[in-house]
Design a protein around this ligand. Structure first.
Ligand code: FES
Ligand code: FES
Length: 136
């Protein structure tokens, strides 16, 4: 299976690989795994007082598409409000990266990691946790 140029680009030059301070009140951490393949993705957001995501980092132990999906997701997250971030849909990632059907779950992992990070942030700040359907 051939990877698209955009996947290869993110894979060779991933954006925002790293770690934010998990214990900080304004940092949300999402850790999700894909049962299909055992890949694991950690995605973190740092939220400003104005509710805008100032920074996002990821670490993914997985395939090229999962790495590219999380790299793209962190790029998209920066500058968005938390509410806007909730609207990121995995199919937008699929389209942007031209992922083939067998790699769609890699983008689902990124969407789920975003939602898990937002929930962690909400929990830490006394906000009600949102309920999401488990899709992977
Ligand atoms: Fe091998 Fe994802 S299936 S790394
Ligand atoms: Fe499983 Fe990509 S093959 S996350």
């Amino acid at each position: 299976m051939a990877y698209s140029d955009k996947v290869i680009d993110h894979y060779n030059n991933p954006k925002n690989v790293g770690t934010l301070d998990k214990s900080a009140a304004n940092v949300g951490t999402g850790l999700v795994g894909a049962p299909e393949c055992g890949d694991v993705m950690r995605l973190q957001i740092q939220v400003g007082d104005d509710g805008v995501i100032q920074d996002a980092k990821f670490k993914t132990f997985g395939c090229g598409s999962a790495i590219a999906s999380s790299s793209l997701a962190t790029e998209w997250l920066k500058g968005k409000s938390v509410d806007e971030a909730l609207k990121i849909d995995n199919m937008e990632i699929v389209e942007e990266l031209n992922l083939p059907p067998v790699k769609i779950h890699c983008s689902v992992l990124a969407e789920d990691a975003i939602k898990a990070a937002i929930n962690d942030y909400r929990k830490k700040n006394g906000l009600e946790e949102l309920v999401f359907e488990e899709r992977i």
